[in-house]
Design a protein around this ligand. Sequence first.
Ligand code: OAD
Length: 234
Amino acid sequence: MGPAASRSIVILTGAGISAESGLPTFRDNGGLWEQHRVEDVATPEAFRRNPELVQRFYNERRRRLGDVSPNAAHHALVALEQGWPGPLLLVTQNVDDLHARVGSRNLIPMHGELLKARCLACGAVSTWMDDILPESRCPHCDLQRQLRPHIVWFGEMPLEMNRIFAALENCGLFVAIGTSGTVYPAAGFVNAVPPGTRTIEINLEFPESNTRFVEQRRGSATERVPELVSELLK
Ligand code: OAD
């Protein structure tokens, strides 16, 4: 590993980082997947079968974003990006806009973004702050009934995989925050880093005993992330 690589950081976040902002996770008690079947709302087949139901699920989640604010963990990651002397890539599985709202810049929302709509007819991706309704028109081609949430559904390819794996293959520190590590390819990122890379996992709990991470830090994201960031910037 060269000096530049050892200074490179890749951070992966999951729903746990936004939990203390008031957004539900997927797999905890009361999580989104306890209340909805994935096959009903988060697959291309579900959207073909019942677009109204799928749009309603994402419209409700999009509206929720207006009621929540970024927390100390989101803020700490901006401080790290600004203060760190090497490259830092923040990859999030979250479709909320909380990282972007606080100013994280080198950010890849690999599972898409609630505040964007994609046109099935022309492919354009547009900023979308309101509900997507049947009468909504694509701002690019003006057609109706063509917009879908810009969300990666099960069975679809996450976004910007080449850029993410290139960063992982060159990193000296990989940190995963608030993710259950159950959904691939994100769950496999820890295996893509060079041998000897420092890997840290931050989570409220660690149900499995055999972890693939070098360090596990138990606790809430709003405590553990600012703590880690001050350590790294010392
Ligand atoms: P999960 O709901 O699977 O996992 C959330 C994790 O966050 C759990 O391991 C919790 O223990 C942890 N957690 C909860 N509150 C926390 C807190 N305050 N501080 C630290 N950790 C906390 O969510 P993800 O791993 O993000 O994909 O789920 C991955 C993907 O599965 C999502 O992006 C979504 C979902 O299906 C798609 O929709 C494509």
